[in-house]
Design a protein around this ligand. Structure first.
Ligand SMILES: Cc1cc2nc3c(=O)[nH]c(=O)nc-3n(C[C@H](O)[C@H](O)[C@H](O)COP(=O)(O)OP(=O)(O)OC[C@H]3O[C@@H](n4cnc5c(N)ncnc54)[C@H](O)[C@@H]3O)c2cc1C
Length: 240
C-alpha cells in the first residue's frame, strides 16, 4: 500500500466505488440544468431566485439561468430501487420537482449496464467514463426562459447561447457523510447534496483535520456514517 490513509471524495461516483469494497451508502444523484443567455439589459447586477427560476448576472452581459426550487431530472437505475424507501420522505415533499427518466446515459454511476464489480486488471467504470457530462434538459430550461420573460416582460424571452448540466450527488437527509469508514485507513467525505460549492472550503479543512488527527473543532455527529446503519430515523435536513 502506497499510503496510510485514503479519502473517498468522489462525488456522484462514491457509492459505486465504496460498494466494490463492501461498504453501502444510500447515495443517489440528480441532473441539474443551467444555461447562459445572450447579452440582455441589466435588471439586477447580482443573483436572485424564486420558485420558478434563478438567475445571476454574467460578466459577458447575459444571465446564467436555472430552474428555481430544486427542479431536476432523476435517472432510474438499480441503486434507485435499492434506496427507494430511504429517499421517499424527501422525494415526496415535492414530487413535481423531479422529472423521472427510465435510464441513465451509458457509463453513468447508476446506469443499468454499469458494472458493480470488476477485477484489478479490468478498466473500472471510473476509467470508462472520466467525466460526468449529461445533456441538459432543454424542456426544463424552456420553462425557465418563460419564467424569466414573465418576471421581466420588458426584456423579452431570453435567447440561450449555451446550456449545460451536471449530476448532483445527494443523500436521503440531504446531509453529507464526513466520517471514518468501517474500513481501516479510509475516510468518507461525500454526499454534499448540492451544497458543495458553498461548504467545500470548510469541508476540506474538517476532512484534513479528521485524517491527520487534528482538532476538528465541530461536532460531526450529524455527518456520521453510522446514521444509516444504527437505526437512526433519517429525516431531511432542517431547512427542507
Ligand atoms: C448545475 C449544478 C449547480 C450547482 N450549484 C451549486 C450551488 O449553487 N451551490 C453549491 O454549494 N453547490 C452547488 N452545486 C453542487 C456542487 O457542485 C457539489 O456539491 C460539489 O461539486 C461536490 O463536491 P465533491 O468534491 O464532493 O464532488 P465532485 O465535485 O463531484 O468531485 C468528485 C471528483 O472525484 C473524481 N472521481 C470520481 N471517481 C474517481 C476515481 N475512482 N478516481 C479518481 N477520481 C475520481 C471526479 O472526477 C470528480 O472530479 C451544483 C452542482 C451542479 C451540478
Amino acid at each position: 500500500m502506497a499510503c496510510d490513509h485514503v479519502v473517498l471524495a468522489a462525488g456522484a461516483w462514491s457509492r459505486l466505488f465504496l460498494a466494490r469494497h463492501g461498504i453501502t451508502i444510500p447515495q443517489l444523484a440528480v441532473l441539474a440544468s443551467v444555461a447562459a443567455t445572450e447579452p440582455m439589459a441589466e435588471v439586477f447586477p447580482g443573483n436572485a431566485a424564486d420558485d420558478d427560476f434563478a438567475f445571476r448576472r454574467r460578466a459577458d452581459g447575459g444571465y446564467s439561468i436555472a430552474p428555481g426550487g430544486s427542479q431536476h431530472d432523476f435517472f432510474i437505475g438499480p441503486d434507485a430501487f435499492r434506496s427507494f424507501r430511504a429517499f421517499w420522505p424527501v422525494v415526496r415533499q415535492d414530487l413535481r420537482a423531479t422529472t423521472f427518466r427510465a435510464a441513465a446515459p451509458k457509463g453513468f454511476p447508476d446506469a443499468w449496464t454499469t458494472p458493480r464489480r470488476w477485477s484489478e486488471d479490468e478498466a473500472s467504470p471510473f476509467e470508462a467514463t472520466r467525466i460526468l457530462n449529461p445533456a441538459p434538459n432543454l424542456r426544463t430550461l424552456a420553462k425557465v426562459q418563460d419564467a424569466f420573460a414573465r418576471a421581466f416582460p420588458g426584456l423579452g424571452r431570453p435567447k440561450l447561447k449555451a446550456a449545460w448540466a451536471g449530476m448532483i450527488d445527494t443523500m436521503p437527509d440531504v446531509v453529507p457523510i464526513v466520517d471514518h469508514a468501517p474500513l481501516p485507513g479510509l475516510t468518507i467525505a461525500t454526499g454534499l447534496s448540492g451544497h458543495g460549492f458553498g461548504i467545500g472550503p470548510g469541508m476540506g479543512r474538517v476532512v484534513a483535520d479528521l485524517v491527520t488527527g487534528g482538532h476538528v473543532g465541530h461536532d460531526l455527529n450529524r455527518f456520521r456514517f453510522a446514521r444509516f446503519t444504527d437505526g437512526t430515523k433519517i429525516a431531511p435536513g432542517p431547512s427542507l
